[in-house]
Design a protein around this ligand. Structure first.
Ligand code: FMN
Length: 180
């Protein structure tokens, strides 16, 4: 199964990207190919500006994925602008009937609001946003002396497992439907 994780923080070394790595570690099986697109490292133009090679690559990888996991930081109780810009470049071509899992990271309390808003965007793209989601906050992981994130809580690791079980099961159903 081809799985894509889109990390929607504009900051290098972000907690959203840290969680993307943790999620990838849990789905990495011989039968799964998992790719992370950390948007802050990709040259995705503002919508309306000339297209880039990275944008073409994003469209292709997202289109080929059997399931997509989208992560965002909580910015003013919503999802990030860099993520919205990337999603505005995508369409039904990448998302129609595609299972999508959502997660977010907050600085204060765990918060579901950014994902509630992202779900509306998923509906606009005709994606199948699965009900199980992950909302983490800074108390769920630690930063080491060099500023790198680590030590994700057991509770969050279990929640990732639950979310992935659901995503992979729904992606498997969608895959077999397309083979009929
Ligand atoms: C512009 C901006 C707005 C933010 N708004 C909130 C907020 O409303 N609630 C909250 O809990 N944290 C807020 N934060 C903190 C981030 O959600 C938190 O630091 C998050 O872990 C950052 O994720 P990242 O490391 O993946 O970029 C905000 C941070 C920024 C930069």
């Amino acid at each position: 199964m081809n799985l894509l994780i889109i990390s929607g923080s504009p900051f290098p070394g972000s907690s959203t990207a840290f969680l993307a790595e943790e999620i990838k570690a849990q789905i990495e099986q011989p039968e799964n190919h998992v790719e992370i697109i950390d948007l802050c490292q990709w040259d995705i133009p503002l919508l309306g500006h000339p297209e880039t090679e990275d944008l073409e690559k994003l469209k292709h990888i997202a289109g080929e994925a059997d399931g997509i996991i989208i992560g965002t930081p909580n910015f003013h109780t919503s999802f990030s602008g860099i993520l919205k810009n990337a999603l505005d470049h995508l369409s039904f071509d990448q998302f129609e009937e595609k299972p999508v899992a959502l997660y977010c990271t907050s600085g204060g309390m765990r918060n579901t609001d950014p994902l509630a808003q992202l779900r509306i965007v998923m509906r606009g793209l005709h994606a199948l946003a699965i009900p199980t989601q992950l909302c983490a906050s800074s108390s769920d992981y630690k930063k080491d002396a060099s500023g790198k994130y680590g030590e994700l809580s057991i509770e969050m690791k279990q929640r990732i497992g639950k979310m992935l079980d659901s995503l992979i099961s729904i992606a498997g159903m969608a895959e077999s439907k397309h083979q009929i």
